[in-house]
Design a protein around this ligand. Structure first.
Ligand SMILES: NC(=O)c1ccc[n+]([C@@H]2O[C@H](COP(=O)([O-])OP(=O)(O)OC[C@H]3O[C@@H](n4cnc5c(N)ncnc54)[C@H](O)[C@@H]3O)[C@@H](O)[C@H]2O)c1
Ligand SMILES: [Fe+2]
Length: 359
């Protein structure tokens, strides 16, 4: 049996932030990182919502820790808002989702992503870091009530963030497509998100801001797909390595994704169909899958992303010293449960060997 539901209303287009005028917030808390407190966007968002009282929680850092979430939870309990707006990338949105989860109550949540990557604005996930391990918190009540996709917020996005987020989108789409809980609904979202992001990313990376709205929508579509279909071994390893070495999440997915395609051989038919839809061709499935993998490697190069952990600044010696810890954390990650083929320690070790690189 398959299940599909959409719990989040989506508003998109240039100037979509103005929707906040109609949400009826009385006591509003804006959760963001220091960057948006400094550049004035957090205040502009609060002004648009026109609430009677506003509180800014602007302490979010990339990959939020449970300690930060505890601080935010205390701030929610003290201020007792009726609405919370999460403004920023996956880290700000995940922090806000977790703050509300632990604070309890019925505070409404609106998400305004400023990167095109995590899809957190529509997912049941919040990724929290504790003692250098990333833990996915998964609960359908984490899904925001409203997601505002305003491409105007992306004009200043640096190319590095376009690339990191872009590969997060591609990995969400590709993992959701072949995941155990995939359905015809998630397949349609995953395929379209993949093709759209793949096509628009080079232009977005080179600074053509008019295409950024397309990648932004693809990010949300990929989020809708994976929150229902599940993810896989690429994300399990990205969580494990990200918690330990603090490399940005999307960059780790870029390093892992092409290698994961080879490991998930049993999903070849679906990978091959996607390769043909995306225009990579392939007369037989094995060639189409190879074309998909090669296309991702070429795009990774074009977006100036690292090909190995070593190129991302992680010492191979450190990787091998902590290999058992890395593999154990990845094996425990819930994303393994929806990978299309059973995940074993031997499989993860092979993946690690392939992506570590030379010092
Ligand atoms: N909840 C989910 O479903 C889900 C899914 C995938 C990833 N994640 C998590 O999301 C996090 C990554 O999120 P992310 O890639 O969006 O990055 P991020 O939120 O960690 O932000 C990275 C940096 O980008 C800056 N930034 C954000 N928007 C900007 C803009 N418009 N202009 C300039 N700078 C900007 C931020 O200030 C920050 O310093 C990771 O912790 C990852 O584990 C969550
Ligand atoms: Fe991700």
């Amino acid at each position: 049996m398959k299940e599909f539901s959409i719990g989040t209303k989506i508003v998109c287009g240039a100037g979509a932030v103005q929707t906040l005028r109609n949400v009826g917030a009385k006591k509003l808390m804006v959760v963001t990182d220091p960057f948006f407190a400094k550049n004035g966007l957090a205040q502009a968002v609060a002004d648009a919502a026109n609430a009677q009282q506003v509180k800014l929680f602007d302490r979010v850092q990339p990959d939020p820790t449970v300690e930060l979430v505890a601080e935010g939870t205390a701030a929610v309990r003290e201020f007792a808002p009726d609405m919370l707006v999460a403004l920023g990338g996956g880290s700000a949105m995940d922090c806000a989702k977790a703050m509300l989860h632990f604070a309890g109550g019925n505070v409404r949540l609106i998400a305004i992503p400023t990167t095109s990557g995590s899809g957190s604005e529509v997912t049941d996930f919040a990724i929290l870091t504790h003692n250098n391990v990333k833990h996915p918190l998964i609960d359908s009540r984490l899904r925001p009530e409203l997601a505002i996709l305003d491409a105007d917020l992306l004009t200043g996005l640096p190319p590095g963030l376009v690339a990191d987020g872009g590969f997060d989108v591609l990995s969400h789409a590709l993992e959701a497509l072949v995941a155990k809980n995939a359905s015809p609904f998630t397949d349609a979202l995953a395929k379209d998100a993949f093709c759209c992001a793949f096509e628009a990313l080079p232009a977005s990376f080179s600074g053509q801001t008019q295409v950024r709205g397309k990648v932004h929508i693809a990010a949300t579509m990929a989020g809708m797909a994976f929150t229902q279909a599940g993810l896989g071994v690429c994300h399990a390893m990205a969580h494990s390595l990200g918690g330990m070495f603090h490399v940005p999440h999307g960059r780790l997915n870029a390093i892992l994704l092409p290698a994961v395609i080879s490991l998930n051989g049993a999903a070849g038919e679906k990978y091959a169909a996607l390769a043909r839809t995306a225009g990579f061709g392939g007369s037989v499935d094995t060639i189409a899958v190879r074309n998909l993998k090669n296309a991702l490697v070429r795009l990774r190069r074009e977006l100036k992303l690292p090909e190995t952990l070593a190129q991302a600044g992680v010492e191979p010696r450190e990787v091998w010293r902590r290999a058992d810890e890395i593999l154990a954390a990845a094996l425990k990650d819930p994303c393994c449960q929806t990978n299309p083929v059973p995940v074993t320690e031997a499989m993860l070790r092979k993946l690690l060997e392939e992506v570590t690189g030379r010092g």
